[in-house]
Design a protein around this ligand. Structure first.
Ligand code: SF4
Length: 221
């Protein structure tokens, strides 16, 4: 029988995921907060792997924010061509660099409200920056976290990204937010994938409300 006989509570579901991925971490290549921010901006609607293939070249070509802020746009685009929306992303990271220089003297702020005012930085990106670059309690909801939270009934079926973030923050102790974000993301990326979830080996099968779980459990067994 897959999963537990007595369904786990929502917190026990989270604890199971935390235990599965005790060392979950940010997989985007970066060496400082601004490189992290740029990598997260570039990761919109593409994979971390795709971003990691281009950022070493990008960071080598533009080692400082000044380099990025003053580069010809085509030179930035050249490094981003293999990822989706590269033209818009090139504009965003250049404006982002200019804004960090002019508004914050070149130091990326850790304040959420200041972060979301920067080009290309939305709620998810700001949360990732706070958590990964500044070790501040934050819980980013990306596509993986959102999918897992819904499949495992951690949030109401119709919860949007903001409601999902708020619900998870109420559910999870604050000191675990950073680890929970990474662990749930790993669970979604490596176990409960969008198209090929590993339902046949899932320790949370009983708690899952994904309508196709039986199908995937049978076909992968
Ligand atoms: Fe994901 Fe399948 Fe587990 Fe449900 S049973 S959480 S869909 S892997």
């Amino acid at each position: 029988m897959l999963g537990s006989v007595v369904p786990k509570t929502k917190l026990e579901v989270i604890e199971t995921i935390l235990a599965m991925y005790p060392h979950a971490h940010c997989e985007l290549i970066h060496h400082n907060p601004t490189q992290l921010a740029i990598a997260v901006i570039l990761s919109a609607q593409t994979t971390d792997q795709a971003v990691n293939r281009i950022t070493p070249g990008l960071f080598a070509a533009f080692p400082t924010l000044q380099d990025l802020a003053h580069a010809p746009l085509e030179a930035i685009e050249f490094h981003l061509k293999s990822i989706g929306l590269y033209r818009a992303k090139a504009v965003n990271i250049q404006i982002f660099a200019q804004q960090v220089l002019t508004r914050h003297n070149g130091d990326l702020p850790s304040d959420f409200d200041a972060l979301v005012k920067l080009a290309g930085v939305g709620r998810k990106t700001a949360n990732v920056i706070q958590a990964v670059a500044f070790n501040l309690p934050a819980l980013a909801v990306d596509t993986h976290v959102d999918r897992v939270a819904h499949r495992l009934h951690l949030v109401p079926l119709k919860a949007d990204l903001l409601k999902t973030e708020q619900r998870l923050k109420r559910l999870i102790p604050k000191e675990l937010w950073i680890h929970a974000h990474h662990a749930i993301l790993f669970f979604g990326r490596y176990h409960c994938q969008a198209r090929t979830p590993q339902c046949h080996t899932c320790p949370l099968y009983a708690e899952c409300r994904f309508p196709k779980k039986e199908h995937f459990a049978k076909n992968n067994a």
